[in-house]
Write a protein that binds this ligand. Structure first.
Ligand code: ARG
Length: 460
């Protein structure tokens, strides 16, 4: 006969190849503390409903605590023939305390247990991610404060478009990671629901109290349908999708840092301790951190694709396929949290080349829109103004000069409404500071945004 906890109906042992193929203990051991926490709450509820005596309960609680300590200390021997974290712990408990341990699994299935462990794990990760996101947002506020008032080119299509404040560019990322934080907080609401009590898939006739277990484990509510409960991984997909969005934001930032640290741009220099050299070219200093973060976005997107593809053809309820959810979830958690942490650290070690960034705003007719707006304020219809400025730009290109190099009379040839005050409008600072619309790049507006962020982040 089989030695397995589920071995009653089996004759003979499981093939070694099958044990090797089906085990998940090599990676789901990471969930041990959640599994134990869940078992303690479940046992407490069983005792409250006379399914365990007080002595049995205390033997279970103590036994589980001992197992947790052993695992904490690296003294627990995980066995792949026991498949997963649930059975490794349950078997160790039965070996340690005997029959009371064998009562723990009443009204419970591993299907509920794994759903529980994953929810508890991801709930903690939500809280951890909110802190990581807060740290990176602080770093952007720090940069915005440090470079307040300094200008740089803003781009569309990677072509110089309009001058902006460096601080405005930094605060754009502050907003992006702020949305990520909101998304995680929202996702947490759907994670924080108790699955225990599905009892494999149909519920149970044993007298259990799901609300009590929910209360013990800090869940907001219990799941409403036992079949949905054991087959649901929406919450994991949702979490990894939040992870993907974070990594995409990190990747876009990384792309900009790689570009900006090139000699062609020379907008930024990344501290030596965050760069590496080349084994052959002695002069090289490479931006490996942003490059790797950009590269790792591939694996995070891959994790999301794995999960989605894993789920798409599954009938209700639990199917063993679901075991394949763990590795993508863990990889996404590890990759994104490490990327967030190192990026936040690196942001504190950036030096912007403000002289060079300002210089870059001088060419490329970056205040052409301001000239068009000037004409609009003098009652020229915008489409006409656009044409006038376009012709002025074409003339400058021919002459090899900038708009500011034209004399007033040359300007007036394009439109008689133009006056001396046009030169304020054509200056980079004039352009930036005129953009006072809500969310615009005027120093006034960006200062407000940074102050609000400093207040929200408790800075200063
Ligand atoms: N290791 C399994 C998983 O990760 C736990 C649930 C197993 N349930 C089962 N009936 N084999 O999904």
């Amino acid at each position: 006969t089989s030695q397995k906890l589920w071995g009653g109906r089996f004759e003979g042992a499981t093939a070694a190849s099958v044990e090797a193929f089906t085990e998940s203990i090599s990676y789901d051991r990471r969930l041990y503390s959640y599994d134990i926490m869940g078992s303690k709450a479940h046992a407490t509820m069983l005792a409250a409903n006379d399914l365990l005596t007080a002595e049995e309960l205390s033997a279970i609680i103590d036994g589980l605590s001992d197992i947790e300590t052993a695992i904490d200390n690296g003294e627990f021997s995980f066995k792949s023939e026991l498949e997963d974290i649930h059975m490794n712990i349950e078997k160790a408990l039965i070996d340690a305390i005997g029959p009371a341990g064998a009562k723990l699994h009443s009204a419970r299935s591993r299907n509920d247990q794994i759903a529980l462990d994953l929810r508890l794990y991801l709930r903690d990760q939500c809280d951890r991610f909110v802190v990581l996101l807060e740290n990176i947002r602080r770093a952007f506020v720090g940069l915005a404060r440090r470079y307040m008032g300094q200008v740089m080119p803003g781009y569309t299509h990677m072509q110089r478009a309009q001058p902006v404040l460096i601080a405005h560019h930094m605060m754009a990322y502050y907003e992006m990671f702020g949305r990520d934080s909101e998304r995680i907080a929202d996702c947490r609401k759907r994670i924080n629901v108790l699955p225990l009590g599905a009892a494999a898939m149909a519920g149970t006739g044993l007298p259990i109290d799901r609300e009590m277990v929910a209360g013990l484990l800090g869940f907001d509510r219990v799941t409403a349908n036992s079949m949905d409960t054991s087959g649901d991984r929406d919450f994991a997909i949702e979490f990894v999708s939040c992870c993907t969005m974070i990594q995409l934001h990190l990747s876009r930032l990384s792309e900009e840092l790689v570009l900006w640290s090139s000699q062609e741009f020379s907008f930024v220099s990344i501290a030596d301790k965050f760069c590496t050299g080349s084994s052959i070219m002695p002069q090289k200093k490479n931006p490996d951190i942003p490059e790797l973060i950009r590269g790792k976005s591939g694996r995070v997107v891959g994790s999301l694709m794995s999960l989605i593809t894993l789920m798409k053809g599954l009938p209700l309820t639990y199917n063993r396929d679901l075991q394949e959810d763990k590795e993508p979830v863990f990889d996404a958690v590890d990759t994104v949290s490490a990327s967030l942490a190192i990026m936040a650290e690196m942001l504190g070690n950036l030096e912007f080349n403000t002289r060079r960034m300002r210089e870059a705003t001088r060419t490329g007719f970056m205040t052409a829109t301001d000239l068009a707006d000037y004409l609009v304020l003098h009652d020229v219809p915008f489409r006409e103004a656009h044409g006038i400025v376009g012709r002025a730009v074409a003339t400058c290109i021919e002459k090899g000069c900038e708009l500011t190099d034209l004399t007033l009379s040359e300007m007036r040839d394009f439109s008689p409404v133009i006056d001396e005050d046009v030169f304020d409008v054509l200056s980079v600072e004039g352009s930036v500071n005129s953009r006072v619309s809500t969310g615009g790049t005027a120093t006034l507006r960006v200062e407000e945004a940074v102050q609000a962020a400093e207040k929200q982040m408790g800075i200063g």
